[in-house]
Ligand binder design. Structure first.
Ligand code: KG4
Ligand code: ZN
Length: 355
């Protein structure tokens, strides 16, 4: 039988464990979401996240092994996310994985969360060959990489402020929609006009593949102020990182128009830079991954535009786009296969870069 790897992922607000056989056969994939816990706050509360991880990590890990139809002794090794992410959350997964590896006497390998997102694409498209450009768009990251050869990545561009998913979450909060905002904005945008609200498509200098999304959120706030739905912010008033929700309820048609216009602006910018990146490095393929890759408008627009340049576009199924541990097990399996292993003094790294 091929290697059986237990993956553990706790970098953000999902407690996840999965067993992957070989590089691509998912034997189990358990995700305990904390979305309802953080929903009242419109974003993740790190202290609550780590406490909930502590409660869930034992049951989720046991269930992953049980659903895979194996015992802990059958495992070949373990893979755990070490970063980037919330340090308190990461530490729960890292400590659990180290304890299990020590008790079972099995090898442990450290996985970068972003590399996990890239392997999510490979789980569903095992024949996706390098070179390709990967767009990782999630709540914490908006990064463009050139995957030149397996396991070798070069950063081509990234966000200079908010991540794309973070922008969806913040604009959803402004519009009075629930957390996580992406799926809710996508849903209400279906009845809106994407040209109703003029919003910017920021470029960051000629040739740059970087992104900026915080101006979009500000443009939505200014639009609501101009229309009289929000109090204009007074000069010298304290700026809060995340704007407060509306005091005046917004009409559903207005919410739909703003959601559709905002979604179109994000999709335009992501599509533009992904295709520019692929043309720049002459990559014939683009892999779209991360939570925002669930967005149907983004998938459709990117695939349609890419045809002109004879670029193929791939994305994983939605449950592999959002955070999960199967992608961590798959990335770990490749690393273990290359003879890598972590020692038991492994530590979490909140800002770990991929390359
Ligand atoms: O990959 P993920 O589960 O976690 C991180 O690594 O951050 O991504 C979660 C993010 C959230 O910001 C969520 O709003 C966004 O992905 N998201 C979406 C959609 N589904 C999830 N954004 C746009 N459209 C969607 N359908
Ligand atoms: Zn993620």
């Amino acid at each position: 039988m091929a290697d059986l790897i237990l993956g553990i992922e706790t970098s953000c607000d999902e407690t996840a464990a999965a067993v992957v056989e070989g590089r691509e056969k998912i034997r189990s994939n358990i995700v305990a979401s904390q979305a309802a816990l953080h929903a009242p706050y419109g974003g993740i509360v790190p202290e609550l996240a780590s406490r909930r991880h502590l409660e869930m990590i034992g049951p989720v890990t046991r269930l992953a092994v049980q659903e895979a139809g194996i015992t802990f002794d059958d495992l070949t090794g373990l893979a755990v996310t070490v970063g980037p992410g919330l340090v308190g959350s990461l530490l729960v997964g890292v400590s659990t994985a180290k304890a299990l590896a020590y008790t079972l006497g099995k090898p442990l390998v450290a996985v970068n969360h972003i590399e996990g997102h890239l392997h999510a694409g490979l789980l569903d498209h095992p024949h996706l060959e390098c070179p390709y450009v990967a767009l990782v768009a999630s709540g914490g990251h908006t990064h463009l990489y050139h995957a030149e050869t397996p396991g070798k990545y070069r950063l081509l561009g990234c966000t200079r402020d908010d991540a794309a998913g973070e922008a969806f979450d913040k604009v959803a909060k402004i519009l009075g929609l629930s957390y996580p905002g992406g799926p809710h904005i996508e849903q209400v945008a279906k009845t809106g006009d994407p040209r109703a609200v003029p919003l910017p498509r920021p470029t960051l200098g000629h040739g740059s593949l970087d992104f900026s999304f915080s101006g979009l959120k500000t443009a939505v706030i200014h639009y609501l102020e101009e229309k009289g739905f929000r109090e204009p912010r007074r000069r010298g008033a304290t700026r809060t990182k995340t704007p407060d929700p509306q005091l005046v309820p917004l009409d559903p048609p207005l919410v739909a128009d703003i959601a559709a216009s905002f979604q179109q602006a994000v999709v335009d910018v992501l599509t533009r830079n992904a295709i520019k990146a692929a043309k720049h490095v002459r990559a014939p393929r683009i892999l779209l991954t991360g939570g925002v890759a669930c967005n149907q408008s983004l998938r459709q627009q990117l695939a349609t535009r890419a045809i002109r340049d004879e670029i193929e576009v791939y994305w994983p199924r939605p449950t592999l786009c959002t955070d999960n541990a199967a992608m961590i097990a798959a990335a770990g399996s490749a690393r273990l296969g290359r003879g890598e292993a972590a020692s038991l003094d492994l530590n979490a790294a909140a800002d770990l870069p991929l390359c």
